[in-house]
Design a protein around this ligand. Structure first.
Ligand SMILES: NC(=O)c1ccc[n+]([C@@H]2O[C@H](COP(=O)([O-])OP(=O)(O)OC[C@H]3O[C@@H](n4cnc5c(N)ncnc54)[C@H](OP(=O)(O)O)[C@@H]3O)[C@@H](O)[C@H]2O)c1
Length: 297
């Protein structure tokens, strides 16, 4: 099976390349700039066609949540127009598309985990453009699997866990928000989930396999809880650690507003695909171990 994935150095792309090594018969083909540039829609179909994919994974996105508030047109061009063109190109070559979306499509004012059919209500430009991308994809390729994920960290690229370890090397105390709740998710687990989905999307896949699903780490916490667990894991391995002081969102203003509760129920993915991500604490410990061993970058 040939899986084309958009992006080259993204956390999910690199995790997918790594994890596919454990699946004989699966080849992952990253398609990144300049050959495939979501801001140059004319590059998308030729790049996807040349990859001859059985499945297309749409993992590239404009992911700078706060910066998106200042450049909504660029965020929309990538997350809405670009994502739609990727799904259209997949349809043109007869391939289903697996697209990564986000918990930030929800408003976050509920007090229970979200289910896929719950109303959306993004609070930020990033969330709105990602939701518009979902709509664009569904309009052009009926064979779509939209995976809403959350709070992604990994040994690769920029992410919250990496930042905490870096800051802990210089500071005794880190002040971290403790009133936003969600599911921390390792990109390595996302890759495993994508592979579980992709390998069940053959020509005879029933309609229930398509649509919107949540793919997120099992268990929930707040950002301070994630920081504390990462730093405790680091300390236990002889790495940097620091005290975590819990603060409120109001004490750490950001340009983009974020949902207070973006916890995701992952039952639908489990029911349809028989797959669920491991407990986030286990995956986080593993990523910290790799970061300390210098196996990320
Ligand atoms: N990070 C999170 O916390 C989070 C949370 C929820 C959902 N998600 C979603 O999960 C997916 C994967 O996220 P991630 O954390 O792996 O993202 P990431 O590490 O920020 O990587 C973004 C990827 O998008 C590519 N990209 C950006 N603009 C592009 C363009 N114009 N043309 C082609 N490629 C472009 C980047 O290209 P280069 O390889 O050239 O850098 C990179 O591969 C995204 O759809 C994101 O919205 C992420």
């Amino acid at each position: 099976m040939r899986i084309a994935v958009t992006g080259r150095d993204g956390q999910v792309v690199r995790s997918l390349v790594e994890r596919s090594a454990g699946h004989p018969g699966v080849t992952v083909i990253p398609l990144g700039r300049p050959e495939l540039d979501l801001l140059r829609p004319e590059t998308i179909l030729p790049a996807i066609r040349a990859a001859r994919p059985d499945v297309v994974v749409s993992a590239a996105a404009y992911t700078a949540v706060d910066q998106a508030e200042d450049e909504p047109a660029v965020a929309a061009a990538v997350n809405e127009t670009g994502a739609g063109k990727v799904a259209e190109a997949a349809a043109a070559v007869g391939a289903p598309v697996i697209h990564l979306s986000t918990d930030y499509v929800y408003a976050g004012d509920g007090d229970r985990p979200y289910h896929e059919a719950d109303p959306t209500g993004p609070r930020s430009v990033y969330g709105r453009t990602k939701l518009a991308g979902e709509v664009a994809i569904a309009a052009v390729n009926p064979h779509h699997v939209i995976l809403r994920t959350a709070w992604v960290y990994s040994p690769f690229g920029k992410n919250f866990v990496k930042t905490m370890l870096r800051l802990a090397a210089d500071r005794d105390t880190l002040r971290v928000v403790a009133d936003q709740f969600g599911n921390p998710t390792s990109a390595l687990d996302i890759a495993d989930g994508i592979l579980a989905v992709a390998t069940r999307l053959g020509e005879d896949a029933p309609p229930a396999r398509f649509g919107v699903f949540h793919l997120a780490g099992t268990g929930t916490t707040h950002w301070a809880g994630l920081a504390a667990h990462a730093l405790e894991s680091s300390r236990a391995l002889g790495g940097p650690s620091a005290r975590v002081e819990e603060i409120a969102t109001a004490d750490f203003p950001t340009k983009a507003s974020r949902p207070a509760n973006s916890r995701l129920s992952t039952d639908r993915l489990h029911d349809v695909y028989g797959w669920r991500a491991p407990d986030w604490r286990v995956s986080c410990g593993e990523v910290v171990r790799r970061l300390l061993a210098g196996r990320g970058e």
